[in-house]
Design a protein around this ligand. Structure first.
Ligand code: IMP
Ligand code: MG
Length: 175
């Protein structure tokens, strides 16, 4: 058992299982993309571990970049309008694979889809290490899923509870 801030977490998914799941995703993406060169776009902060492992498992040509999804802090701070930070290089005409650590309700995926479509990409796919089918409320297809999990809170391997736990190599579930 581990403690982060005020909460206790129990071991749930091992690093071996995670590595296997990411290897499978890499093989699927390689097969789907054939000679097309994907740009993997990691969504910070959570995806840094997934992207790093995907990079070691993906054996064909590919590119990497990272974005952060931020609430737009313009004059009207509605809190709902989102924007992408960090898209320095244009993705026009590129085959983009957005890499997420976890997809829960799907609100983030919906925002990302809207924002990436504005970039005039050639194709847009979503990859996530963890997916909560019971919590998902969107109809957007998640193209590559590492591991389906129940609707319970997890930490580790990039995922945090109030910013702690991201550096854990295994994944833990709220006790
Ligand atoms: P969404 O509900 O799919 O939009 O997910 C929103 C965000 O909530 C994710 O990108 C994560 O940062 C966070 N999140 C959702 N479920 C978990 C969890 O089980 N552990 C840690 N963070 C989570
Ligand atoms: Mg996240």
């Amino acid at each position: 058992m581990i403690r982060l801030h005020d909460k206790e977490f129990v071991p749930y998914i091992s690093n071996d299982e995670i590595k296997n799941a990411i290897t499978k995703m890499a093989r699927q993406i390689e097969e789907d993309f054939k000679d097309d060169i994907p740009v993997f776009v990691g969504v910070l902060n959570g995806s840094f571990m997934v992207v790093a492992d995907l990079a070691t498992k993906y054996h064909k040509d590919c590119e990497f970049t990272f974005v952060r999804l931020s609430s737009y802090d313009g004059v009207k701070s509605t809190g709902n309008v989102k924007r992408l930070i960090g898209l320095g290089k244009g993705l026009t005409g590129r085959s983009v694979v957005v890499v997420e650590d976890i997809v829960d309700t799907g609100n983030t995926v919906l925002e990302l889809k809207k924002l990436f479509e504005k970039e005039n990409v050639k194709s847009l796919k979503f990859a996530t290490l963890f997916f909560k089918p019971e919590a998902y409320q969107q109809s957007i297809k998640i193209d590559y899923i590492g591991i389906d999990i129940p609707d319970k809170f997890i930490v580790g391997y990039g995922l945090d509870y109030k910013e702690l736990g991201r550096n854990l190599q295994n994944v833990y579930q709220l006790k």
